[in-house]
Design a protein around this ligand. Structure first.
Ligand SMILES: [Ca+2]
Ligand SMILES: [Ca+2]
Length: 319
């Protein structure tokens, strides 16, 4: 147990930290008597979801334990546990941040739990340690603000170890598990048309079918200011690849017919398959990219050439 601070002590950094510690402990105790889903910060955007929530899918031989003991310091005094070898917890959530809380211990705990988000292994955590109180064992932030699918997979093969799951904190909503995967579609410059993931060229473009270094050894190019290409795409992000060279010019970029930025494709030495522009992460769905050749160019450039080698459309889909 934590000692009471003495009354006459001056407020040193140490005593302030002790007070903070006591407040944190009180909050933890309050937490054990709150409901399973509680908003926990003043901004109202971090929420606890506790182990009994029906949106958690438990794969393996899981057992529900209600200790009833504050000593164990699980959120709501309960947890789920299963053999460490192969057991999984699965769920979806919306938002950008995920924190995983459970009780570490000096033995009997899985030392390898893999975290997969949207079909990609993003990290691993263990449950070995002290004190014997639920604490944050893993966190990831900065995710795209949309729905994600999560799988926590214990891969510790040692017998008598458990995967113990208490609660998560997220900045969005917990949802039923449905695997999401990110897919990238390549669109070569030859895929022309006005349909989804097809390229619509204005007048002024020419095809060059023997460009070494280019994707599929070809590219489509122009040096006419005002020429443009437009692509209607379905996904959440688009990337434009082409060449840079000492004769290359500038473009204006529009997403959904709104101006975004200019890109200068001049470089003293030629390079192919250069990522010339990538959009921000957009809402998953249909969008348009428009690239218009500008009359203005770098003073170092000998001309206004612009090339389209390929586009990549990144999207997220239920499997
Ligand atoms: Ca709990
Ligand atoms: Ca190409």
């Amino acid at each position: 147990m934590m000692k009471k601070p003495t009354i006459n002590k001056t407020l040193t950094k140490e005593t302030i930290m002790k007070k903070v510690g006591i407040i944190a402990l009180l909050l933890l105790l309050v937490g054990t008597i709150l409901g399973p889903t509680e908003t926990i910060n003043a901004a109202g955007n971090l929420t606890v979801y506790d182990n009994p929530d029906s949106n958690f899918t438990y794969v393996g031989d899981w057992i529900y334990a209600n200790t009833g003991l504050t000593y164990d310091a699980f959120w709501n005094a309960d947890n789920m546990y299963a053999p460490a070898d192969g057991s999984k917890v699965q769920f979806n959530f919306t938002g950008t941040t995920l924190q995983i809380y459970s009780q570490p211990y000096s033995y009997y705990r899985s030392e390898r739990i893999q975290v997969t988000i949207d079909g990609e292994v993003v990290g691993e955590y263990h449950q070995f340690g002290t004190p014997r109180q639920s604490q944050m064992l893993y966190q990831i932030g900065g995710l795209t603000d949309r729905e994600h699918s999560v799988e926590l997979h214990s891969i510790d093969p040692v017998a008598d170890r458990d995967f113990v799951f208490d609660y998560i904190i997220i900045d969005g909503e917990l949802l039923p598990y449905q695997p999401i995967e990110e897919r990238t579609e390549m669109i070569n410059d030859t895929v022309s048309g006005t349909g989804v993931n097809e390229i619509s060229y204005s007048n002024g473009w020419s095809y060059h079918g023997a460009q070494s270094g280019a994707y599929q050894s070809d590219e489509t190019y122009t040096n006419s200011p005002g020429s443009y290409f437009q692509v209607k795409f379905s996904g959440e992000q688009i990337k434009w690849y082409g060449a840079q060279n000492n004769t290359h010019g500038r473009v204006a970029i529009y997403i959904d017919e709104k101006y975004v930025t200019e890109v200068d494709t001049y470089q003293p030495i030629r390079s192919d398959q250069v990522l010339l522009y990538e959009s921000a992460i957009l809402a998953q769905g249909e969008h348009t990219l428009t690239v218009i050749v500008l009359p203005f160019k770098s003073p170092n450039s000998a001309d206004r050439y612009i090339t389209l080698d390929k586009l990549e459309v990144v999207g997220n889909y239920y499997q």
